[in-house]
Design a protein around this ligand. Structure first.
Ligand code: SF4
Length: 231
């Protein structure tokens, strides 16, 4: 199959899966109203932990420091202690302090609203200058706070799209972000992103996917391979 034909088939699959997941989990509309600095900090805190834990550590930080500027020059050990419920506190405290210090140094204050005046790729490049702010974190800021087209790939999306066969078996999360970004219609980024996560949590779970309850078995490579193995 030529690359062009394969891409067309994958695009059709995306449209089908998106439609079925939307029917199952509902249409999700982008809000894009969140403060980009809040989103950046919350996303750093969400690395390698559950939503509940990361939200708890984000709230603990917000309760302690009403304004991000109060964190400038703060002792890393103090921040680490406040956010410890979210896991990897030392690494995350360092990343947060580094990011806030970088923004303040570059902009004279801690805010990222100026990114709204940039193109998505310019905004992405600006954010990429910060140490420890990877593609997923950047695309979450772009999509959720700035309303820009970006397709973040978290662990659920990586797993589900891999099983569906939308990405190859050895494609990294970083590469998957690029490949899926090219396959999914931009207007569906937000909806598809949220619904894939919902599907990954509820049905296409990491250890034991509940294929018997899945609404997209007809489009799933993992399912058809497993079925062939049993026949
Ligand atoms: S059929 Fe199974 S493996 Fe495929 S998407 Fe559904 S739950 Fe996941």
């Amino acid at each position: 199959m030529s690359r062009k034909v394969a891409q067309t088939a994958l695009r059709k699959k995306v449209v089908f899966v998106d439609k079925v997941l939307t029917k199952t989990y509902g249409e999700k509309s982008a809000r894009a109203g969140e403060d980009p600095v809040d989103t950046l900090v919350e996303t750093i805190l969400s690395q390698n932990t559950t939503d509940v834990n990361s939200h708890r550590s984000f709230q603990a930080l917000k309760n302690e420091y009403g304004d991000w500027h109060e964190l400038l020059g703060e002792d890393h050990a103090v921040v680490s202690k406040i956010i410890r419920s979210g896991g990897l506190p030392d690494i995350k405290a360092r990343r947060i302090l580094d990011a806030l210090e970088f923004i303040n140094r570059e902009r004279g204050r801690i805010e990222l609203d100026f990114l709204r005046d940039m193109s998505p790729s310019e905004a992405d490049c600006w954010l990429a200058q910060m140490k420890g702010v990877g593609p997923k974190t950047r695309s979450i800021v772009l999509l959720f706070s700035l309303g820009m087209p970006a397709f973040p790939v978290d662990t659920h999306i990586h797993r589900v799209t891999g099983r569906l066969g939308l990405i190859g078996p050895k494609v990294s999360r970083e590469k998957a972000q690029e490949e899926l970004g090219a396959l999914v219609p931009k207007s569906e980024y937000y909806n598809f992103h949220i619904n894939l996560i919902e599907h990954g949590r509820a049905v296409c779970r990491a250890r034991r996917p509940v294929c018997e309850a899945c609404v997209v078995t007809g489009a799933c490579d993992h399912f058809s391979t497993a079925r062939k193995g049993h026949s």
